[in-house]
Design a protein around this ligand. Structure first.
Ligand code: APR
Ligand code: ZN
Ligand code: ZN
Length: 361
């Protein structure tokens, strides 16, 4: 029997979001229905609402979520009703080129539920990132459910489903930050702060936070930054070089997604250092760099999608570290809100006071 629940939809380009009744089908083969306990508000949800991702309105928003598996369809063996899970948007397929080469964190064939959730009049919904979790229940592919220790708060756990994982993974998976490394992080929002926390966890000797907003730099310190640079007042490249014996940082993580900050990252790294781009640019942006510098400075220029995470490997491990008191993920939850407050949370994103607003059910 399909169920009716409340969910937040984006009805059309730039229209305010609203709470509607959503019809959630019973799980088919390989699918699961999850009762959502918490779901964070991410910039990507705002981009969907603005029409910046695609035009498949109406969207069922929300994708940084945790909850309890309510029911599973035929053939599902990895999760069972009652399991506490974080939803992921990389449900590794096991069969694509990347998976077969043993690099499942690049899986090109991530799967989602086959059936559609709808409005009561039958209008099909497009779930954000194949999840759609600003809803009391959602239908996903069972592989999108990653079991973790249920002792963790759902509001904290859900954040690992997207932005916080992207940042931590940019440092520990993509950047390969190791003990004793010098690291600089440009842009200290939720993603950059998570990169700082990741670098700290990995044992970086020096973590330099760069932002144009002093409030962000204050928060960055609480995440593990050892030095801060306000790049509105100080040239960040010179400052990072000065803090690293004149050399530049071993790993520079760009968590803004703009050409000018990417260039700063490029020049602020040591010879043969690593640049990790985790900020998401817009399609119109162009980068211009002297090719001789790209050649002459060696090292690696990488981008990090979803922190190159493997949910089955990274989510339970990071939750365990959190529960042991070794990774404070609770700091990323600035406020908890109700389902009908998502629109206001979008507005607060621009104010710069909020790392994450999290809808709790
Ligand atoms: N130099 C340094 N910092 C900057 C600059 C700049 N030119 N412009 C903006 N910032 C800072 C902001 O002050 C803010 O602290 O970058 C931070 C961006 O943080 P948020 O807006 O909270 O975004 P976040 O959720 O961290 O995501 C960062 O990653 O996932 C992507 O789409 C996301 O591109 C975005 C990026
Ligand atoms: Zn695959
Ligand atoms: Zn997100």
């Amino acid at each position: 029997m399909a169920q009716e629940v409340r969910g937040v939809i984006a009805p059309g380009r730039n229209e305010p979001v609203r709470v509607e009744t959503i019809v959630v089908p019973d799980p088919g083969p390989g699918e699961a229905v999850v009762q959502i306990q918490a779901c964070g508000v991410c910039h990507t949800d705002l981009h969907y609402k603005q029409g910046g991702i695609n035009d498949d309105f109406p969207f069922l928003l929300g994708h940084e979520a945790a909850g309890i598996v309510e029911s599973v369809g035929e053939g599902v063996t990895d999760v069972a009703p009652g399991d506490f899970v974080i939803l992921n948007w990389r449900a590794v397929c096991g069969n694509c080129r990347a998976c077969l080469r043993g690099r499942p964190w690049y899986c090109f064939n991530t799967h989602n539920a086959k059936q559609k959730m709808t409005l009561t009049d039958g209008t099909e919904l497009s779930p954000a990132l194949g999840i759609g979790a600003f809803a009391e229940k959602t239908l996903v592919a069972a592989g999108q459910c990653t079991k973790v220790d249920p002792a963790v708060s759902p509001a904290v756990a859900g954040l690992l489903g997207c932005g916080v994982m992207a940042g931590i993974g940019a440092a520990i998976n993509t950047g390969n930050v190791g003990r004793g490394d010098t690291v600089a992080v440009i842009g200290c929002g939720g993603v950059g702060d998570a990169a700082i926390a990741g670098a700290n966890l990995a044992g970086a000797a020096k973590i330099i936070a760069v932002d144009i907003d002093d409030r962000k730099l204050t928060t960055a310190r609480t995440m593990g930054a050892t030095h801060t640079v306000n790049s509105k007042e100080t040239d960040p490249v010179a400052a990072i070089q000065e803090l690293t014996g004149g050399f530049g940082a071993d790993v520079v993580i760009e968590a803004v997604g703009r050409p000018e900050t990417y260039k700063q990252a490029f020049y602020a790294r040591d010879l043969a250092g690593t640049v990790v781009l985790v900020g998401v640019p817009t399609p119109d942006m162009k980068l211009e760099l002297p090719l001789i510098d790209v050649f002459g400075r060696g090292g690696s220029l990488k981008s990090s999608w979803y922190g190159d995470c493997l949910p089955s490997r990274d989510f339970p491990m990071l939750i365990d570290l959190h529960l042991q008191g070794r990774l404070d993920l609770a700091k990323f939850v600035t406020e908890t809100i109700q389902l009908d407050e998502v629109e206001q949370a979008f507005e607060r994103m621009h104010g710069g006071d909020v790392l994450r607003s999290v809808v709790v059910f």
